[in-house]
Structure formats: structure tokens, C-alpha cells
Design a protein around this ligand. Structure first.
Ligand SMILES: [Zn+2]
Length: 418
């Protein structure tokens, strides 16, 4: 039996109530949490909640009551949407009845085997349609694709929300924030594409992960420009002005080259040489690009509204770097994390959280520090950083194309000699 619509302001969006919705609403309406308590125990709690329930984030309203109503409505909609999503595998089977199943690691060439991942490998050399449709298939890259696709969607939603108050076209001071948003969309999109399509062949594996490195390098630039423009303190600006952004652009290109070259020499160099090639330029780039934030964290006065988000982005980034370098928890549970729970999936999630904190911090700085950054950076500087963003992107793309050609020639030579 379908319940009658409740008499409240959200009546127009009414959806049938479900038992767990009623329970959630009952629990939440009895909750005595306030935003103050949320912020005391979990500094980013309000930020994360307001991403999910923006209507409940208002200071004037009683959060538990508003949230109870909104949660009820959203869970109801989500449940209906999930019911539709559950039809997808059946629809896919109808559309593509011959989608091949996944393989064990012993059935794959050594090159494609991941440490401690024993199953869920997609077969090689299928047509492109198979790899695109494998977005909805259960395999060992599904969660890696979806974590960054959802990350891209969250960044897009935030960008749309910011565009209501920020004039990204006419206000030159908003361009560094625009670069950060574009580069965040870029790296999540490139990464999702790489994880989705790299399984087609050895060449595709190289080419799409080179694309992933271009996205990461561009994101490094986006971070550098937002930190240097909005987060920098006058003292640090005086020491690094004139060299900060050119050096950041150079480090982007070096880290893209180091990552591509490390991947290219994957099997012919000892692991430590590869790691040095990949990790050293990226660590140098991160330290340099984030130096305005580190300086501010050490010197700023308490009560700075953006500081919790800057601390958040650093904490999330450092924890993501840990899971990037360590194959955990799959090393402890070999063969048990083939679908869900791989360290790389945790790396993706933590990096998205880092990005969301960074965008929030940069927006708060854009709104609250206009007098300072307006004095430190003239209008021409924002234009120069925008041009440098495009130039760095082109340079990184050229590095990736150059390395992909090298890989192509190498694979051709190897195939001929067989
Ligand atoms: Zn990845």
C-alpha cells in the first residue's frame, strides 16, 4: 500500500515513503546535533553535509528537522533511482548478449597482472563497445572508474553552484579558481577514461595511462595557481614571486615526463629507478605547489575560515599518497579485493576529497581575501597564468604523444622479432 503524501513544504516533490525512510526520519528528528557540534568533532562535517544536503546547510534553520525532511525525500528518490539502476545489467545483457566474462590472472599476459589481484581481468582485443559497456560490468577496474567519474560529477556540481555567484568570464581574479575547477575535471576524467579503456591492448594501456599523467600534471598546475593566487601570505609571495608559476609549470612537465618514462621502462629498469623517476618529480612538484599553504598553516592567526579546508586537503593528499605507493589492503587479503577494497580505489577517493577541500578553501579565499590578492596580483598576472595553463597542457600532451610513439615503435619491433 502506498502512504499518503505528508503535509509539508516539500509536498510537490513527494515520493512514496518506505519503512527505512520513516525510521531514518524518526532517528534524525530526535537527534540533537547542531552545526556547532558537527564542526567541533569533524571540521569538514558541515562541508560534506552541505554538498549532499545544500538546503539543510542554512544557519537559520534547525538542521536535524530540515535534514530529516530532506533526507526522507532524497532517500526515496535515490531508492527509486537505484531500482532503475538495478535494471541496467539486464538491459545490458539484452543490448550486448555476447559480453565476455572476466578472466583469472593466470589467463592474462604477465604485463597486465596486478600484484595481489587474482581475478576480474577483462579480456584483451575486444571491440571498443565492449570496453565502454564494461562501465556497468563487475571487473577489477569498475570501482576505479566509478570513483573518479563520481568525483568529476561532484566537481561539476560545485562548479555549477559557484557559477551562480562568481563571474568566471569578466572577473580576472576568478580565473585561477576556474583553472583549478577545469584541471580537477580534467584529471578525474582522464583517470576514469584510462581505467576504463586501458585493458584493450598493451599499447592502449600505455597510451591511456600517459593521458592519465597529463591530467595529473595539469591538476598540479591548477593547485599551484590557486595556492599562489589566493592562499599565499604576503611574506611568502615576496620570496617566490616571479619564479613560482614558471617553476610550477616546469615541475608539471618534469613529473609528466618522469611518470611516462617510468611506465615506458616498466620492465627494463629496476623498480627503485622507476620509483625515483616517478615519485621524486611529483613530490618536488607537490612540495613547491603547496608551499604557500604550508607557510600559511605555520604563520596564520586562528579563526581563519579557510584553514580547516587547507588542513583537510593536505591530510587527504598525504593519506592518498600512502595508498598510491602501498598495495594495501590487498597485500594482506590477496584475491579478496579483486572488485572492492583495493588501495588504488582508496587513493582515488582520498584524492577526490582532497580536491573538494581545495576547491572549498580556494573559494573561501577568493571571497574573503580579495583585498590581499588584489594588491599582490594585477589583472595581467591572471591572464598570464591562464596562458601558461594552456601552454603547460600542450607541453604535457606533446610529452605523452612522444612517449606513446616510442612505445608504439618498441611494441612493433618486439612483434616483428617474434
Ligand atoms: Zn587511478
Amino acid at each position: 500500500m502506498v502512504a499518503r503524501p505528508p503535509v509539508h513544504a516539500l509536498q510537490t516533490n513527494w515520493v512514496p515513503e518506505l519503512p527505512f525512510q520513516r525510521r531514518t526520519a524518526a532517528i534524525m528528528s530526535k537527534t540533537t546535533v547542531s552545526w556547532k557540534a558537527v564542526e567541533t568533532f569533524f571540521p569538514w562535517g558541515r562541508f560534506i553535509l552541505s554538498w549532499t544536503f545544500p538546503e539543510a546547510a542554512s544557519e537559520q534553520q534547525d538542521p536535524p528537522v530540515v535534514m530529516a525532511t530532506i533526507v526522507m525525500e532524497k532517500i526515496g528518490r535515490l531508492f527509486i533511482n537505484l531500482q532503475q539502476v538495478r535494471q541496467v545489467p539486464r538491459m545490458l545483457t539484452e543490448v550486448a548478449p555476447s559480453m565476455p566474462g572476466t578472466l583469472r590472472d593466470s589467463e592474462m599476459p604477465r604485463f597486465f597482472r596486478e600484484r595481489h589481484i587474482h581475478g576480474g581481468y577483462r579480456p584483451l582485443h575486444q571491440d571498443w563497445r565492449y570496453y565502454f559497456l564494461s562501465l556497468f560490468q563487475r571487473h577489477n577496474e569498475t570501482v576505479n572508474v566509478w570513483t573518479h567519474l563520481l568525483g568529476a560529477l561532484l566537481v561539476l556540481l560545485k562548479a555549477a553552484q559557484l557559477a551562480e555567484t562568481v563571474d568566471f568570464v569578466r572577473d580576472a581574479h576568478a580565473w585561477p579558481l576556474l583553472v583549478l575547477l577545469l584541471s580537477s575535471l580534467g584529471y578525474t576524467g582522464c583517470s576514469a577514461t584510462a581505467h576504463l579503456l586501458a585493458a584493450k591492448s598493451e599499447f592502449c594501456h600505455f597510451a591511456f595511462f600517459f593521458l592519465d599523467y597529463v591530467g595529473v600534471a595539469q591538476y598540479q598546475y591548477g593547485s599551484a595557481v590557486a595556492h599562489f593566487y589566493y592562499a599565499v601570505e604576503e611574506d611568502w609571495h615576496r620570496r617566490v614571486r616571479g619564479v613560482f608559476m614558471p617553476a610550477a609549470a616546469l615541475l608539471c612537465c618534469l613529473s609528466c615526463l618522469g611518470c611516462c618514462y617510468g611506465k615506458y621502462r616498466n620492465h627494463s629498469l629496476p623498480p627503485w629507478v622507476r620509483k625515483v623517476g616517478q615519485v621524486v618529480p611529483s613530490s618536488l612538484a607537490y612540495t613547491w605547489d603547496t608551499s604557500p599553504v604550508f607557510h600559511r598553516m605555520l604563520t596564520c592567526a586562528p579563526g581563519d575560515p579557510a584553514l580547516p579546508f587547507h588542513c583537510g586537503q593536505v591530510a587527504f593528499f598525504l593519506s592518498s599518497a600512502f595508498f598510491f605507493t602501498q598495495p594495501l589492503p590487498e597485500r594482506w587479503l590477496p584475491g579478496r579485493c579483486d572488485f572492492l577494497g583495493q588501495g588504488h580505489q582508496l587513493f582515488h577517493v582520498l584524492l577526490v576529497l582532497c580536491t573538494l577541500c581545495q576547491i572549498q578553501a580556494s573559494h573561501l579565499d577568493y571571497v574573503g581575501r580579495r583585498a590581499l590578492y588584489g594588491r599582490l596580483h594585477g589583472d595581467g598576472e591572471a591572464r598570464f597564468f591562464l596562458v601558461l595553463f594552456v601552454a603547460t597542457g600542450l607541453a604535457c600532451a606533446s610529452i605523452a604523444v612522444f612517449m606513446a610513439r616510442k612505445v608504439g615503435r618498441l611494441l612493433e619491433r618486439r612483434d616483428r622479432s617474434k
